[in-house]
Design a protein around this ligand. Structure first.
Ligand code: ATP
Ligand code: MG
Length: 331
């Protein structure tokens, strides 16, 4: 697993995630464009008394995909059923979920790019016509029986929109591309969370955490809780000084790089002389899954300008070299 403060959720954190999760579009901080687009989509459907188009939420971990799926259901005033791609191993798994939906319900499929192929094909028809074909019997005697479904809204989430087959992507009426948050937006996320946690962190401290949160609300909230722990245990003031002390204890550097980010950068620079190095070699060297490196670490390191992708693999930029206190070799 990635470091303590990475964008992935540890089971123990789930309670906090729930407590800090905004429940309405109005409470959802930042992502102005997505919020406005989504507001229109939901508003129009409500005026016409129909289910809205299916929604695809695409973007890196921790930016609010699960949160938005719950907001969709809350704004529409309908129940939500949640499942995930890896839980749908067969078309039958999906048929069971689809046939249990009540009219208008939101079906949230997380990591939708990891669903079984056979289920994917069933989903096409379900999304388009609210119907599925159930196969009954085996071999030559097998027949397909059509089954009508209640109208529903599918909300799919993926960290890897590129992996979705085109026919599936095309059946979503709206795709929200979630972008990393600007620091000012993260400050908004943090102010809201600090209020909910009853933690009067001063503005300079809020700004300091925002700058180290890798554009990610989940990380911002997590760092905030670690800082709060620190002030409780050491009985220090809720100020920027406590933030600095707490975050250096947790190995989050001034740019928000955590242990794993630095490890990836260090391996490219030290072991592969700055690269290029392929994804799988890199993953094996760090002892992490290639998917984690690709979905969590790389987008951040690239956005920070510390690494770049070349056709032959990942390379450290001169900024990447100097971030580690090293001098890049002459070109
Ligand atoms: N726009 C936002 N405003 C306030 N808080 C937010 C916002 N987006 C996310 N959060 C906070 O960040 C946490 C993580 O968000 P969420 O679980 O929705 O991310 P995700 O995109 O589903 O991540 P993953 O890809 O790992 O499933 C939430 O618990 C919520 O508290
Ligand atoms: Mg999620």
């Amino acid at each position: 697993m990635t470091g303590e403060l990475s964008a992935q959720v540890a089971p123990a954190e789930l309670g906090y995630e729930g407590a800090l999760r905004p429940a309405t579009l109005a409470e959802f901080v930042g992502q102005e464009k997505v919020r406005e687009q989504m507001g229109l989509l939901l508003g129009a459907a409500q005026i016409e008394g129909r289910t809205p188009d299916h929604i695809l939420l695409a973007g890196p971990p921790g930016l609010g995909k699960t949160t938005l799926s719950m907001i969709v259901a809350a704004e529409l005033g309908v129940p939500i059923q949640q499942t995930s791609g890896p839980a749908i191993q067969h078309a039958g798994d999906l048929a069971a979920v689809l046939s249990s939906l009540v009219p208008g319900e939101v079906l949230f499929i997380d990591e939708i790019h990891r669903m079984a192929r056979s289920a994917e094909e069933m989903l096409y028809l379900a999304m388009e016509d609210f119907k599925v074909d159930i196969m009954v019997g085996k071999g030559a005697g097998a027949t397909s029986v059509p089954l009508e479904l209640s109208p529903f809204t599918l909300v799919g989430a993926t960290t890897r929109a590129g992996l979705l087959p085109n026919p599936l992507r095309d059946r979503f009426g709206f795709t929200a591309h979630l972008e990393y948050y600007a620091n000012a937006e993260l400050e908004g996320v943090l102010r809201r969370a600090a209020g909910l946690l009853d933690f009067p962190l001063e503005q300079a401290g809020i700004a300091e955490i925002a700058g180290r949160s890798r554009g990610t609300p989940r990380i911002a909230n997590r760092l905030l809780r670690r800082v709060r722990d620190y002030t409780l245990v050491h009985n220090t003031a809720p100020d920027a000084e406590s933030v600095n002390a707490a975050l250096s204890l947790y190995d989050v550097d001034e740019h928000g790089l955590d242990r794993l980010d630095r490890e990836v950068l260090r391996i490219i620079v030290d072991r592969f002389a700055g690269g290029p190095v392929g994804l799988s070699t890199l993953a094996a060297s760090v002892g992490e899954e290639a998917e984690t490196i690709e979905a969590v670490v790389e987008p951040f390191l690239m956005r920070a300008g510390l690494i770049a992708r070349s056709p032959r693999g990942r390379i450290a930029t001169s900024l990447g070299w100097s971030h580690l206190g090293r001098t890049p070799p002459p070109m």
